[in-house]
Design a protein around this ligand. Structure first.
Ligand SMILES: C[N+](C)(C)CCCC[C@H](N)C(=O)O
Ligand SMILES: O=C(O)CCC(=O)C(=O)O
Length: 463
């Protein structure tokens, strides 16, 4: 069907339009799940009538009778959308049609106003180097515990910078766990849920030693690496033989900035780390052997494929070379990467490198360039954690590490899944994203004021 949306035309398939009717009998108004039996729609369905109204495109469809009684297209009583003439009325808001048009796409996948620095990870990201030490993002414990507006402000900082400190946290595991749960439930792993650990090798991982750990992201061996990670240093005291406590400084590196530098300075290395898949494992506990679902693993730099970027990006000669390799495996499309959404890097946990001969040297060359950037003084942000100051970071963006240490050092914290973090941020952004009392249904978030979720429309973006 050819639809004129403002000055542009969109050619949508009738079956696609019918399948996306969101009247209460086709789409559950509360659960936002499809009730319509997609498979009862005739591939040749055509509208009975089409009308452009102020609200949107009004279409009268012929009533298709469900062939699947267990999933009726309509309840036995006639639905509000059926007309007396055995047809089905559907209304498609203009904004929704424009946002979801595909022939051609009419919705900008990214705004032109993205700054040069933001382009690699999308708008709203502030990339940083060692200079962040002058004014690192932080929030107050009381603010986060008081109400959801405080949690929103905290998550906005994590979203923008990839990390945030929380100051004045009672130096106890209980208060720390309660703080994490202000975001979402804790993600359980083979390390447990909420961890309270020292260098006692209670788990088969070098984190449970006093060794130095280079910049890395955690759980690269999970199909879905942990999203947020929070640390709270509870104590660092003399060792049992009396040696004074020393070392144990914490390192942060903005993986998105490092990726930007690699892309700018060594684009061929960026292509390699964005397409060559490597596998990692966690095999230090005899009761676990964790490796990702895709046996070939994942690239160190993982992207969200962006059609607009694909259309704009030239095919590099390495891509052409990779094309042969990628033809038989599910690499990212060789000619484009899209938006960087995850840095998945822990060189210590990397399993045997299983690559075609032609990729071994390019991989090690790219890996060394990546390592040089990660370990540059301009990129490393070192600081000493102290009791009362929690550090939380996006494990999909920010790499962390620590210097070797002497003494009894006790750290507690936990993981939150990336999906649960983004869900919490999305809901709070919708609730508080406007100005205070903006009248757009946003709740002021003042203490004592009832804070409830805003109504979600069946036409909301992303559904
Ligand atoms: C659970 N706790 C954070 C204490 C230790 C996690 C160890 C993670 C491992 N080194 C990795 O890079 O995946
Ligand atoms: O001990 C620390 O400061 C950090 C340990 C670490 O890097 C980890 O648990 O992944």
């Amino acid at each position: 069907m050819l639809i004129q949306i403002s000055s542009e035309y969109d050619l949508s398939h009738n079956i696609w339009l019918r399948d996306h009717c969101r009247c209460p009998s086709c789409y559950h108004p509360k659960t936002k799940q499809r009730l319509l039996n997609t498979f009862a729609i005739s591939p040749k369905i055509r509208p009975i009538s089409v009308e452009a109204t102020n609200e949107g495109l009004q279409i009268l469809w012929p009533l298709e009778h469900s062939s699947d009684p267990s999933h009726p297209e309509h309840s036995s009583s006639s639905s509000s959308s059926e007309s007396a003439h055995d047809s089905h009325a559907a209304l498609y808001p203009w904004k929704w049609l424009r946002m979801n048009s595909y022939a051609p796409p009419l919705h900008q996948t990214h705004s032109e106003s993205i700054t040069y620095q933001e382009e690699i990870a999308g708008p709203g990201k502030t990339l940083w180097g060692s200079g962040i030490a002058a004014h690192p993002p932080s929030v107050g414990y009381e603010e986060v515990m008081k109400d959801d507006r405080g949690v929103w402000n905290w998550l906005e900082k994590i979203s923008q910078y990839g990390f945030s400190f929380v100051d004045n946290v009672p130096p106890t595991p209980e208060a720390t766990e309660e703080l994490i749960r202000r975001i979402a439930f804790i993600r359980e792993t083979h390390y447990g849920g909420f961890w309270d650990f020292t260098s006692d090798l209670s788990h088969g991982d070098t984190a449970y030693t006093d060794l130095a750990l280079g910049a890395h992201t955690d759980t690269t061996y999970f199909t879905d690496p942990a999203g947020l990670q929070l640390f709270h240093l509870l104590s660092h005291e003399a060792s049992t033989d009396g040696a004074a406590p020393s070392g144990g400084a914490s390192l942060l590196v903005d993986g998105f900035l490092a990726a930007k530098v690699l892309k700018d300075v060594h684009p061929e290395a960026y292509d390699v780390l964005s397409t060559v898949r490597i596998s990692t494992h966690s095999a230090g506990d005899e009761n676990t052997f964790v490796s990702p679902l895709l046996k070939a693993g994942y690239p160190i730099l993982q992207h969200d494929f962006d059609p607009a970027a694909a259309a704009a990006a030239p095919i590099s000669d390495l891509d052409a070379q990779l094309q042969t390799h990628t033809a038989s495996s599910s690499h990212a499309p060789p000619h484009s990467h899209g938006k960087l959404v995850m840095v998945r890097y822990n060189n210590d946990d990397r399993s045997v490198l299983s690559l075609p001969e032609s990729l071994v040297e390019p991989f090690y060359s790219a890996l060394n360039k990546w390592h040089s950037i990660l370990t540059s003084s301009e990129g490393e942000y070192w600081q000493q954690l102290t009791p009362g100051r929690c550090l939380i970071f996006d494990n999909h963006r920010v790499l962390h590490g620590r210097s070797a240490f002497v003494g009894q050092r006790r750290l507690c914290g936990g993981y939150v899944s990336g999906d649960d973090y983004r869900s919490r941020l999305e809901v709070l952004k919708k609730r508080y994203g406007g100005s205070v009392g903006s009248g757009s249904g946003s709740v002021s978030g003042r203490v004592g004021e009832k804070e409830g979720p805003l109504p979600r429309s069946v036409w909301d973006e992303g559904l």
